[in-house]
Design a protein around this ligand. Structure first.
Ligand code: AMP
Length: 381
């Protein structure tokens, strides 16, 4: 395996290629965006996802095809899968791209979730809310990301406006979970079924967008998270990296959603784990042995949203590595991230460095918090 075809040409494809080139892999990206930021790392097929000429070129060249996000048309993935090795399979994608199928999948695997119900009309929503109670969250079944396609329902009079706002489309409504923290677990499974788990990541969002992720070593919920994601991996006979987002309430985890791909909450693994999520995804889809997913030290990732800080300022912080995606700055767009590793410092010093990076990223509220002091001893009420 040498030639990797990727559906999508954004930052996840770019970081995959950055991890794959040292392994001797070459890349071709099918991406309709002419400014695809992965393009400089391989051949860019600048065509719509369903373009048959591009499919011919991709399938003739690629030894294996993968994808970087869920919103690739499902039919395209199903059709390519008939012509070339493709991982993760279209069956995992089909479930992950529809919030209702995803929640039903969790239910069928006995994985706890928030209470949920499908709603197709405002009348159905009104009826469902009588049983479920407020607060709740209305989400479009497909195409939602970074807080888009979601509305919080606090009182009964919010329902008509929320229904309008989301475009009167098929939705699910979920009860709002009063979580103590949001975590994710990332795992990788190879073609023989060998599975490695990364240390869980604690995640902090603002305005529905991920701002900060921190790895949590030896966390009390790690085994629970591993057992949960393993059920999904085995159910799909999954190959590649899978990310599962969870809400923690006391010592119980509730599944929110999964992503059949490398994930923003795993970017800290680039410098913070022995093998990054990007490299392990490629190893899995190529049939290579997996690399260790261990991490011995605190690591964090700060997203750079809308604008990039000065690179010199970032590099002046020991243990910090800027990753700029080569994308134009634009409000609410992810244009880069910073990884921070703490191999050489105390927890107090790590918190200080993290606070400096959060300030540079414009996250002054998060910068005022202490993270590592609580890291190894999560507080359950
Ligand atoms: P999602 O697109 O489902 O990942 O949702 C984005 C963010 O909204 C999550 O990371 C949570 O912070 C919040 N959220 C989503 N669903 C729920 C829920 N059922 N209860 C509480 N918060 C939620």
């Amino acid at each position: 395996m040498k030639n990797i075809g990727v559906l999508g040409g954004g930052q996840l494809a770019r970081m995959m290629a950055q991890a794959g080139r040292p392994l001797g892999l070459d890349f071709m990206f099918l991406c309709p965006d002419q400014n695809a930021c992965a393009a400089s790392l391989g051949k860019h097929l600048n065509a719509p996802y369903d373009d048959p000429v591009a499919h011919k070129e991709l399938t003739e060249w690629a030894d294996v095809v993968t994808y970087e996000f869920e919103n690739v048309p499902l039919q395209v993935v199903e059709s390519l899968e008939q012509q070339v090795a493709l991982h993760p399979s279209s069956s995992a994608l089909a479930v992950a791209r529809d919030r209702l199928s995803e929640k039903n999948c969790f239910r069928s695997l006995d994985i706890p979730t928030a209470e949920f119900a499908p709603v197709n009309t405002l009348e159905e929503l009104t009826a469902v809310m009588k049983g479920m109670g407020l607060p709740a969250i209305l989400k479009t079944r497909t195409q939602g990301y970074d807080g888009k396609g979601q509305a919080v329902l606090k009182k009964e009079t919010d329902l008509p406006e929320a229904w309008e706002q989301l475009g009167k489309r098929p939705c699910i409504v979920e009860s709002k979970v009063a979580f103590q923290r949001e975590v994710s677990v990332i795992a990788v499974r190879d073609q023989k079924g060998e599975t490695f788990f990364y240390p869980i990541t604690e995640n902090h969002h603002r305005e529905g967008i991920l701002r900060l992720s921190i790895n949590r070593l030896n966390d009390p919920v790690q085994d629970q998270a591993n057992a949960t994601i393993r059920k999904i991996l085995e159910d799909f006979n999954y190959v590649g990296v899978l990310a599962l987002e969870l809400f923690q309430v006391e010592d119980q985890l509730f599944a929110n959603e999964f992503a059949p791909r490398v994930h923003n909450t795993g970017h800290w693994t680039i410098e913070g784990a022995q093998t990054s999520q990007f490299e392990n995804h490629l190893r899995a889809v190529c049939g290579l042995p997996l690399g260790s997913s261990q991490s011995e030290n605190p690591a964090a990732m700060v997203n750079l949203i809308s604008r990039l800080p000065d690179e010199n300022q970032i590099r002046a912080v020991p243990g910090a590595t800027p990753h700029f995606y080569g994308k134009a700055e634009k409000p609410k767009r992810k244009v880069g991230h910073i990884t921070l590793t703490g191999d050489d410092c105390t927890m107090e010093e790590f918190d200080k460095r993290l606070a400096a990076l959060l300030q540079m990223a414009g996250e002054s509220q998060l910068a005022g918090q202490k993270f590592l002091d609580t890291a190894l001893k999560p507080q359950f009420p």
